[in-house]
Design a protein around this ligand. Structure first.
Ligand code: MN3
Length: 200
């Protein structure tokens, strides 16, 4: 059973103008698809074939000789998680228990966004900025390249792709503006709240 590119949870033009159909056509249709295709080639006829994506990631995460498998498998997972963290008409502060937890942890929603932007902008080169649950506390972290937060007790709640391919067509070099727009217009807090409910 080969891995498949998961369907986008919305139409390619559904996030316009904050995240353009042109960006999604490349980012989802080319980048994400290539990670899936490459992963399938790498695991074909190996003992990893037939495992779930999560099991492949766990199986190779600490094996330097399997770095290409990890990179492609993690990128498949990270991108699917990224797409699910956005929605048409998204953005703005979350309400409910998650909103209260964010305000209590970071001081206010605005301070949370500033801290998240600092993590996104501070990630030198390619990588990801994350909101995670770390033993039931909220934390902002960033990871390089394909890496994901996987320590014991740490569960991803939300991710922003800060590889240049994620934003260059719409925002050129302006990663801070892209990240601010993600929170103003794109973030799907229902997805984050559901992840938080499972993480607690
Ligand atoms: Mn990407």
């Amino acid at each position: 059973m080969a891995f498949e590119l998961p369907p986008l949870p919305y139409a390619e033009d559904a996030l316009e103008p904050a995240y353009s159909a042109r960006t999604i056509s490349f980012h989802y249709g080319k980048h994400h698809k290539t990670y899936v295709d490459t992963l399938n080639k790498l695991v074909a006829d190996t003992d990893l074939a037939g495992k779930t994506l999560e099991d492949v990631i766990m199986a190779v995460a600490d094996k330097p000789e399997k770095q290409p498998v990890f990179n492609n498998a993690a990128q498949v997972w990270n991108h699917t998680f990224f797409w699910n963290g956005m929605k048409p008409g998204g953005g703005g502060a979350p309400d409910g228990e998650l909103g209260e937890k964010i305000a209590a942890t970071f001081g206010s929603y605005e301070q949370f966004v500033e801290a998240f932007k600092a993590a996104a902008v501070g990630r030198f080169g390619s990588g990801w900025a994350w909101l995670v649950a770390d033993n039931e506390e909220l934390k902002i972290v960033s990871t390089p390249n394909a890496e994901m937060p996987t320590a014991q007790g740490v569960k991803p709640l939300l991710v922003v792709d800060v590889w240049e391919h994620a934003y260059y067509l719409d925002y050129q070099n302006l990663r801070p503006v892209y990240t601010q727009t993600f929170f103003d217009k794109l973030v799907n807090w229902e997805f984050v709240a559901a992840n938080w409910a499972h993480a607690k």
